[in-house]
Design a protein around this ligand. Structure first.
Ligand code: FMN
Length: 379
């Protein structure tokens, strides 16, 4: 099939992707002191070697106090940027493009890992810089009533915004070709956007324009510190069921597009209760990507229970999105892109994977395409 959109290249600024299969950011909760280690190399590496065009490293924090858990990655120090270099060069060596999501947990900081329960840490379990890890937020409104953040003073806000800019510069130095600003899932930027979490009465709260000010200034800081030839994506909770609706996201998309954001990654939920991963149907967030794409006239990425090649292809063919991101399906099969290429009948599917696998898989296919596949009775 020569006309597949999923397997056609895409260029955004100077970044060229070999296909539209994107590894969505997936937190590993496995860093020590914000530093990536062998786990992160292996994890990003298996997706890059599996044929995805773009690998987005998980939400990596721009400030120490922005860490959600003890295992969060960080880019608030230069040694952290240095430690990412072998990951970016490995991803690139597989023919994929390295990208990173920048985030700040705000009031959701200082929590247990999900598999430990995900609750706010209310007492110090022995962390040396516990006091530096105080959750902050736009207002003293907690995600949980047990964990009320310290509201940021007006004069502190520019410093937090600067931290995004510095982290973006480090992401560039580490070799990332794209940064994604995490403005979704109830984390700090989303907290400012939300009329529930943001009850400020200065120029960062109140009206829609004021609540969007923090997000827009983060974009300005990132753009000022990240090369103009490299794209910037932004992840939205396109609708959160708690006062932020798709129309608000369309308005914000128009604003940030003017400031140099290239793609909106369309997720949902997270400001009240869990992120909407307990979804009701396959492709449940695709309508958000479609609406933002058509009304804000900006490229979008669809994510959320996209699991089959033909499903992904149909989303792109219908003009609902420009890119397809997958998370849990890639945990199930890191070679999903290769499988999708086979399912769609793409020419030279094994060119997607590095020579170490490509050569053998091509040879095997020359033999097996003449055979009848074994049925369940064959041992
Ligand atoms: C293990 C795991 C970690 C995640 N970490 C992040 C993250 O760091 N940043 C983010 O924006 N979303 C994160 N997500 C959400 C995914 O990027 C994705 O939006 C969501 O899982 C829905 O896509 P899926 O149905 O393909 O899994 C995570 C999801 C999983 C399963």
């Amino acid at each position: 099939m020569a006309t597949s959109k999923l397997f056609s290249p895409l260029s955004i600024r100077d970044m060229t992707l070999k296909n539209r299969v994107v590894v969505a950011p997936m937190h590993q909760y496995s860093a020590v002191d914000g530093l990536p280690n062998d786990w992160h190399l292996m994890n990003a590496g298996r997706f890059a070697a599996g044929g995805a065009g773009l690998v987005i490293i998980e939400s990596t924090k721009v400030e120490r106090r922005g860490c959600g858990t003890v295992g969060d990655l960080g880019l608030w120090r230069d040694d952290q940027a240095e430690a990412f270099r072998r990951i970016t060069s490995f991803i690139r060596s597989c023919g994929s493009v390295p990208a990173i999501q920048l985030g700040h947990s705000g009031r959701k900081a200082r929590s247990e890992r999900p598999w430990e329960g995900g609750r706010p840490l209310l007492e110090n379990p022995g962390i040396a810089d516990w006091e530096d890890w105080q959750p902050i937020g736009p207002s003293a409104v907690g995600d949980s009533p047990a964990a009320i953040p310290r509201p940021l003073a007006r004069e502190e806000i520019p410093h937090v915004i600067d931290a995004w800019g510095r982290a973006a510069a480090r992401a560039d130095a580490a070799g990332f070709d794209m940064v994604e600003i995490h403005a979704a899932h109830g984390f700090l930027i989303h907290q400012f956007l939300s009329p529930k979490a943001n009850q400020r009465n200065d120029d960062y709260g109140g009206s829609d324009t004021n609540r969007m000010r923090f997000a827009v200034e983060v974009v300005e800081a990132v753009r000022a510190n990240f090369p103009a030839n490299k794209p910037v994506f932004m992840r939205f909770s396109a609708a959160d069921g708690a006062g932020w609706e798709i129309e608000n996201s369309v308005a914000l998309a128009k604003l940030v597009k003017e400031k140099g954001v290239d793609v909106i990654d369309c997720s949902s939920g997270g400001i009240q209760g869990a992120v909407n991963t307990a979804a009701i149907d396959y492709g449940y967030q695709v309508p958000y990507a479609e609406k933002i794409r058509s009304e804000a006239e900006i490229m979008t990425m669809a994510v959320g229970l996209i699991v089959k090649a033909h499903q992904a292809e149909a989303i792109l063919q219908a003009g609902q999105a420009d890119l397809i991101a997958l998370a849990r399906e890639l945990l199930h099969n890191p070679n999903w892109a290769l499988q999708a290429a086979l399912d769609l009948g793409i020419d030279q599917p094994f060119d997607l994977v590095p020579d170490q696998a490509r050569w053998w898989l091509e040879k095997r296919a020359q033999v097996t395409r003449k055979l009848t596949p074994p049925d369940a009775s064959v041992r």
